[in-house]
Design a protein around this ligand. Structure first.
Ligand SMILES: [Fe+2]
Length: 439
């Protein structure tokens, strides 16, 4: 399995995963003790030594793109691309976004800014390794420069894949894991069309390995886009199922980043606020798809959950759902909706208290010292109820997973980078048991 000691431990390790290298339970961020006097006052200037740099992994780090947010933000796309050096941007998208009319508007904004966009629309849900290769070939042949994505997480991840190959060469599957992308990549400008994946702000790209029928996770600071254009208007053309799935994905990002071993006070606030916004507004967006306030709230929720998880990383829900999604091409957020309640109960069996603030944020009664285990159990039930309400099946078997798949899924879960920051260690037998409970 992936262990914390396998992850970058160097001073200031780029991904922030080094921040997870600390004993359980979750740490409380605070000043380094050698810089605090016995009376709890911070010390003044110190003589720099090599040891001061080596302790940089104790610090909270927070890396996000420039964000342009609000209804109408798509009009900034051309200026944004120009600001990062575009003349001929490569626009990655899919047929559904074209049909919805957003690509025509995006192309118009790019042209108004004096740019000559090249469009590639060969992305499918759960983007495949060969799609990234095809897009990269088209990118090179077209002579394009800055990479723009207009679409959901699949388009954004495929765009990141093109950017990786453009400056690092090789094949996309060769970059699975942490900090394997070493060369700087072309600038990325992203405009998300779903309220969930957070790919527009994250250092993650998830690509399907079509040979092994699994998903690889690529994590590198260099994958954080330069600019994210978040226009809630783009959300109104999402089908209901996609809205539900991506909303549950965002909720999973909020909860897993809050309980991650690499969380810090800067990520916590975004995670808590995101969870509250999703609980209050996801259903409303399904009842009134064009209403401005709930759509804007969900756009903010997805953004804040993304800002939290790209810095705090995730946990066992994502480590498992990546494997099931690679095997069966099921929407990522649907899998998270099924798996998250089970993961909460699994983690809370060892450390329930961390779930109390997040339960309070979504309106669960946590007053009068109510036991953490009870609160966490109600949180798990609340997530399941939300999944029921938006139409997510109750178990993995209903999604096509069979008992025979479980050993392989569990083995691959242990290799997923997201497992390293889960608050509870898990071995293959425990993951198998967890998957069986989710059947
Ligand atoms: Fe996710």
């Amino acid at each position: 399995m992936v262990r914390l000691t396998d992850l970058p431990q160097s001073p200031g390790a780029a991904t922030g995963l080094a921040l997870a290298a600390r004993p359980l339970p979750a740490r409380t961020q605070g000043p380094r003790r050698e810089l605090v006097a016995p009376d709890d006052e911070l010390l003044g200037p110190q003589e720099p030594t090599p040891a001061s740099g080596e302790r940089a992994c104790d610090l909270a780090k927070f890396h996000i793109p420039e964000v342009v947010f609000g209804p109408g933000a798509l009009a900034e796309l051309g200026h944004a691309a120009r600001r990062v050096g575009a003349r001929q941007p490569f626009l990655v998208t899919d047929p559904g976004i074209i049909e919805a009319g957003w690509v025509a508007e995006a192309q118009g904004h790019l042209r108004l800014a004096g740019l000559s966009p090249v469009t590639w629309h060969g992305v499918t849900p759960n983007p495949k390794d060969h799609e990234v290769t095809d897009a990269y070939v088209h990118y090179v042949e077209s002579g394009a420069d800055v990479i723009v994505a207009v679409g959901g997480g699949s388009c954004i991840d495929a765009a990141k894949g093109v950017a990786i190959l453009a400056s690092n060469g090789g094949t996309i599957l060769g970059y699975a894991g942490v900090d394997k992308v070493v060369q700087p990549i072309p600038p990325l400008v992203m405009a998300p069309s779903t309220s969930g994946t957070g790919a527009d702000v994250s250092q993650f790209a998830v690509i399907t390995d079509t040979t092994e029928h699994t998903k690889i996770t690529i994590i590198s600071r260099t994958l954080v886009p330069e600019i994210s254009i978040v226009d809630p208007r783009l959300l109104i053309t999402m089908p209901d199922e996609l809205n539900a799935a991506t909303g549950l994905d965002a909720l999973t990002h909020a909860i897993e980043s809050f309980t991650s071993r690499a969380h810090n006070p800067l990520t916590d606030q975004h995670a808590l606020h995101s969870a509250r916004l999703i609980t209050e507004h996801l259903l409303e967006t399904m009842l009134r798809p064009r209403a401005a306030a709930p759509r804007t709230a969900m756009a903010q929720a997805a953004l804040q959950a993304g800002m939290a998880f790209t810095n705090a990383i995730l946990g066992i829900t994502h480590a498992m759902s990546h494997q099931v999604g690679g095997l069966l091409d099921i929407p990522h957020g649907v899998l998270n909706g099924v798996l998250l309640p089970h993961a909460i109960r699994f983690n809370a069996a060892v450390e329930p208290q961390r779930y109390v603030p997040i339960a309070a944020a979504i309106g669960i009664d946590t007053a009068n010292g109510r036991p953490g285990a009870e609160v966490a159990d109600e949180l798990a039930a609340h997530v399941r109820q939300l999944a029921d309400t938006v139409g997510v099946p109750r178990g993995l078997s209903k999604l096509g997973v069979s008992e025979a798949d479980i050993p392989t899924l569990a083995r691959n879960t242990l290799k997923d980078a997201c497992l390293a920051t889960n608050p509870r260690e898990a071995d293959v037998a425990e993951v198998e048991a967890l998957l069986r409970r989710a059947m």
